[in-house]
Design a protein around this ligand. Sequence first.
Ligand SMILES: NC(=O)c1ccc[n+]([C@@H]2O[C@H](COP(=O)([O-])OP(=O)(O)OC[C@H]3O[C@@H](n4cnc5c(N)ncnc54)[C@H](O)[C@@H]3O)[C@@H](O)[C@H]2O)c1
Ligand SMILES: [Zn+2]
Length: 362
Amino acid sequence: MIIPVRIKDSLYDVHLGENILQEFCERNAEAFQKVDQIVVISDENVWNLHKDYFQQNFSLPYKIHLVPNGEACKTFESYFNVQTFLLQENCSRNSILFALGGGAVGDLTGFVASTFMRGIPFYQIPTTILAHDSAVGGKTAINHPNGKNMIGAFYQPKEVLYDFHFLQTLPETEVRSGLAEVIKHALISDENWVNEFLHLASIADIQKRELLVWLEKGIRVKAQIVELDEREQSYRKYLNFGHTYGHAIEASVGYGKITHGEAVMIGLIPALMLSELHGKVEVGYAHKVFGLAKKLGYQFQHVLNCSFEQLATFMLKDKKTTNGELHFALLQKIGEPFVKVISMEEVKKCDEQLRKWIEEGK
Ligand SMILES: NC(=O)c1ccc[n+]([C@@H]2O[C@H](COP(=O)([O-])OP(=O)(O)OC[C@H]3O[C@@H](n4cnc5c(N)ncnc54)[C@H](O)[C@@H]3O)[C@@H](O)[C@H]2O)c1
Ligand SMILES: [Zn+2]
């Protein structure tokens, strides 16, 4: 299956399916003869798990460069190491990069590609559920000690190859992390789709076929929004649903101690409470989603380990906060997002409510 992404200056396809690498190599074999080097960037985990499969299916000649696992690869040091590797291998403007991994490898590789020799083409081969989101849309970045994703570029891939084969080895924590973004995509686009999640009893309850349909839908939602607004001037802010509070949780708990998606799931709850207040979302919906998240094993205890003051400091530091104003993505109704300036006082009330629910459920 192919989902086209139509951004003004770059049109590209997201290919989805099982075992799609071989077809990609055959389709491009001739065109890639003009390419002087193909470099695949992956992390050690992914490479150890999938080296055999990759070697058997990716029939083009390539060099591999491994970076530390997950978030640890989004540093200046590994950015520098990749560039050094490319120079040592005599890469040029005619070279191309492939990101084989989760969102972290994708973000790093994309940023390297955007700057090496002022920009070379890159391809995404996402291997996590979360990366159905991060591989599409062209946000690339590394972290600065003063903040996550602070150094980066908008730089679109040439193609995204989402081969579901890789998902088989994902640990449950990573399934949970990615699923939160899928649920976010459902909440901002389609109430009937959200109902499918509300029927779930546990993560183990998810059928493979069902998951693949959800990933396809999630990519369509993401693609539609970035097509309207590549650079986050308007509609793209909808994708931040759950992220204002979620990012603050992620930063307060500490990167590595909570996954991005787990923090987003927590952030969805205050965002839904505010949507009940400012939109027409039925009262009680936030609590319903809170119940679903608990059934699926999301850990809300993290909230109790952070003070609201701590969270408020992070929310004010967020890239999306302007002049101290919190711009919250909210829902008019399920499937209909909008953006509203929200006072810290109001967020505090939602935070208090959420803490009560967590305490009651202990
Ligand atoms: N660019 C964007 O638009 C965007 C959007 C959302 C998130 N992000 C970024 O994405 C990153 C998170 O991405 P992620 O959740 O994919 O995490 P990740 O890339 O950090 O991977 C998580 C862990 O899973 C392992 N892993 C990856 N694929 C695997 C597989 N198939 N089987 C077993 N283990 C596997 C990795 O080695 C790592 O240890 C963050 O850095 C976040 O900032 C970017
Ligand atoms: Zn996110």
